[in-house]
Design a binder for this molecule. Structure first.
Ligand SMILES: NC(=O)c1ccc[n+]([C@@H]2O[C@H](COP(=O)([O-])OP(=O)(O)OC[C@H]3O[C@@H](n4cnc5c(N)ncnc54)[C@H](O)[C@@H]3O)[C@@H](O)[C@H]2O)c1
Ligand SMILES: O=c1ccn([C@@H]2O[C@H](COP(=O)(O)OP(=O)(O)O[C@H]3O[C@H](CO)[C@H](O)[C@H](O)[C@H]3O)[C@@H](O)[C@H]2O)c(=O)[nH]1
Length: 333
């Protein structure tokens, strides 16, 4: 199949390109390079032995989308493109709604026009807000505490309306927990701009000596060691979940909503220890107050994905940290 990957030079998108190419698909990428670099395509090509067709541009550019659908027979779209920094979304709500919600609407309109109606969308565990209990199932109530989360909720609703209005649409809403790690080659990985917001990239930079120490946000949560607990999932497991979702959509159609997580929760200090072991480097840290907006514990019930897709995460935190460390060493080049 020929798959259009929006945001395909980004962190998760680049790994998806590798997995799609390895599975024998043809890949077309659109990315405006607002949070990634063109060289990622060279690295994807080096790993996969094939280069995706690349269009630099914005998913809100209707003319560009129309020309891509006209130039290439696209069978399905995986929509990763979007903005994802929670704090920035609070400061710049219009930019977030425009890019995320506006981008999804523009993409769906162009897809409808081209009669391409198979779509996989990157949603997030953030749609569960502060969950009443864990593990989190797909039927738990949804809420948003910031514009980024609200944009994901809105897009989920738009896609559900679309699927109900026209049963020719085949749509997957995949709710990611905490994607970490990198391709085992160390050639592609997460490249945060400036100070990393997320735990693992920060820890990796501390281990590499680029930052003096990690700030552990909160030690008084009701968790085994007092620090926040999350469901870290290896990015290659995550993208393999997309391939399974694509197979499901082609077979069953309809609207699919599933968690992509491991079902295991690890604390900040668990991850610090695992990273120190994987890298052989110390990861000094200081305990500081809680980060506003953080929840104590968030991990998935991944059973539905196992039942419907026959998919489950296979890689543990040792491999997540080892692969993130390999990438961190390459990333300095
Ligand atoms: N990484 C996470 O922790 C996480 C968790 C849950 C959900 N998600 C979602 O997964 C998707 C991919 O995340 P990621 O971590 O790979 O982020 P990323 O920033 O690395 O990748 C997103 C890519 O989209 C591109 N882009 C942004 N806006 C665009 C636009 N309007 N038109 C074209 N290209 C555009 C960026 O240049 C970037 O290459 C996002 O939708 C994100 O919200 C990520
Ligand atoms: O420097 C840091 C960074 C993070 N943390 C802690 O590490 C844990 C994980 O934090 P991340 O920022 O890596 O991830 P979050 O779970 O807060 O958020 C991520 O996952 C969410 C879904 O669960 C959303 O998708 C969100 O956009 C995405 O950033 C939290 O307990 C946080 O307090 C620290 O202690 N120090």
């Amino acid at each position: 199949m020929n798959i259009l990957v929006t945001g395909g030079t980004g962190y998760i998108g680049s790994h998806a390109c590798v997995a799609l190419l390895a599975a024998g698909h043809t890949v077309t990428v659109i990315d405006n390079l607002s949070n990634s670099r063109r060289e990622v395509l060279d690295r994807v090509a080096k790993i996969a032995g094939q280069r995706p067709l690349f269009f630099q541009g914005d998913v809100r550019d209707h003319q560009l989308l129309r020309s891509i659908f006209a130039a290439t027979p696209i069978d399905a779209v995986i929509h990763f493109a979007g903005l994802k920094a929670v704090g920035e979304s609070v400061a710049q709500p219009l930019r977030y709604y425009d890019c995320n919600v506006g981008g999804a609407i523009a993409l769906c309109k162009a897809m409808a026009e081209a009669a391409v109606k198979t779509l996989i969308f990157s949603s997030s565990a953030t749609v569960y807000g502060n969950p009443a209990s864990v593990p989190i199932r797909e039927d738990f109530p949804r809420s948003a505490t910031n514009p980024y989360g609200a944009s994901k909720l809105m897009i989920e609703d738009i896609l559900a309306d679309l699927a109900h209005a026209d049963t020719a649409w085949r749509i997957a809403r995949l709710r990611y927990f905490n994607p970490v790690g990198a391709h085992e080659s160390g050639l592609i990985g997460e490249e945060p701009n400036g100070v990393p917001n997320n735990l693992l990239p920060y820890v990796a930079q501390v281990a590499a000596g680029k930052r003096p120490q990690l700030s552990v946000f909160g030690s008084d949560y009701p968790t085994p060691d007092g620090t926040g607990v999350r469901d870290y999932i290896h990015v290659m497991d995550l993208v393999e979940g997309h391939l399974a979702a694509l197979d499901y959509l082609l077979d069953k159609g309809g609207l699919l909503t599933v968690n992509l997580g491991t079902g295991c929760g690890y604390s900040v200090l668990d991850m610090v220890r695992a990273f120190a072991a994987a890298s052989g480097r110390p990861v000094p840290y200081a305990r500081v107050p809680r980060r506003p907006g953080d929840v104590a514990t968030c991990y998935a019930d991944p059973q539905l994905a196992a039942d419907l897709l026959g998919w489950q995460a296979r890689r543990g935190i040792e491999q997540m940290c080892a692969d993130a460390w390999r990438w961190q060493q390459h990333a300095t080049v």
